[in-house]
Design a protein around this ligand. Structure first.
Ligand code: FES
Length: 82
């Protein structure tokens, strides 16, 4: 399984292809609410190319990471608002 890595998503392990886009693996895992707007509305990827900032999640304690620009790495800890 050298071509896969395990990351943590909201405290749960998730095995994904190494180097996969984080936004893609989160969507494939069934997560639809990546973050919330200031009014509490669900937000998720829109542009898929780093422009809209709707796909932000917390990665390794760093908030506001654009998941559509983030590649999955071993041991990565991801938190969403799902
Ligand atoms: S989906 Fe638009 S910045 Fe990530």
């Amino acid at each position: 399984m050298g071509d896969h890595v395990t990351i943590s998503v909201n405290g749960r392990p998730l095995t994904v292809p190494a180097g996969a886009l984080l936004s893609v693996v989160l969507a494939q895992a069934g997560i639809t609410r990546f973050r919330r707007s200031v009014h509490g509305e669900a937000r998720g990827p829109l542009c898929g190319m780093g422009v809209c900032f709707e796909c932000r999640v917390c990665v390794n304690g760093q908030p506001h990471c654009r998941s559509c620009l983030t590649l999955c790495e071993p041991g990565m800890e991801v938190c969403t608002d799902d």
